[in-house]
Design a protein around this ligand. Sequence first.
Ligand code: ADP
Ligand code: MG
Length: 360
Amino acid sequence: MSVTLVNVTKIFTDQDDKSKEFTAVKNVNIEIREGEMVTFLGPSGCGKTTTLRIISGFEQQTKGDVYIDGKLVNDLPANKRDSSMVFQSYAIFPHLTVAQNIGFGLELRRFKKSEIKVEVDKIMQTMGLSALGTRQPSQLSGGQQQRVALARAIVNKPRVLLFDEPLSNLDAKLRDQMRTEIRRIQQKFGITSIYVTHDQEEAMTVSDRIMVMDRGAIQQLGTPFEIYSRPVNHFVADFIGRANFFTGNVTGLGKEVTISINKRGFSFPTFNKDVKMGKRATIIIRPEGLHITKQSPDAFFNGTISEAVYLGSTMEYEITVKGRTEPIVAISYNPVMEGFYKVGDEVGVTFDPISAHVIS
Ligand code: ADP
Ligand code: MG
């Protein structure tokens, strides 16, 4: 089922002082395709949960329209929208067994006992829970509890699955496992899904597309590759991974863009449409797109290593450059081949134009 939001806006009014208004969601437009998994990503308070609750029907938008499968659902209550919310694992019932938890929704919908058993067994098998059907939630690990929460949502065969930070109370290792599992299950069942998180890595792993939000508004909607490698603005580049920013003047614009920094021109193949000849522009380069070399007048920048951290498979450097406030961050993914540098070394920094991106 597709989910479409058209100009969705949510304004909260202060209960004590009705003149105080707060816009939590601003003019959100998105079309989520059948079977697609889209993540709402952004810092805490940017409006992710509110947008999700508007889709589920738990919250009413102030303006705009919500369509599920092409049908306007603005006036349809939550329980008629055929969506299922996956909460954090602690939302499962502690006094029911695993199988009873999973079958709960079907029971509410007055399915026959025999039918419930068939459906619950099927789901438990798919999710590796078959051996745990008679256990109480307290006898399960965090990952198993999360799987029960997911199974409980999927057994109802919802047309849309909604996830609100489902992994935030699990430890880091389990989170990594579960996000891959959620993605596997989502793809297996082909259920249109919307996933809310503030964790950019989680978003990269589970999504077909990511909607990056800030202060209620969409900043960028794109594939994980587009979001990471072709960010449309400073906020997106900074929020997703680490980024170095270099500003200069646009002195050439055609198939490539040429940016002049300190009277030297550097050309880049990818840039945003709003980059204009003669105007300022910002080059975004991820730490892995930079390389450390000997100092040279041909280098992009010359500077001094101010921090060098050895992480086994990688080496992370900060390079301080005269006249630049922010140090440059570079990562070497093959330090044994590329050589080790230490704090105080005078070095040059070069870059791969293909891994850079220019914004206005
Ligand atoms: P996120 O999920 O991205 O952290 P939310 O959607 O929960 O953000 O909240 C967005 C903004 O709306 C926040 O500033 C929050 O305080 C505010 N907000 C959320 N729910 C209400 C409410 N019921 N009344 C007033 N303000 C709210
Ligand atoms: Mg939230």
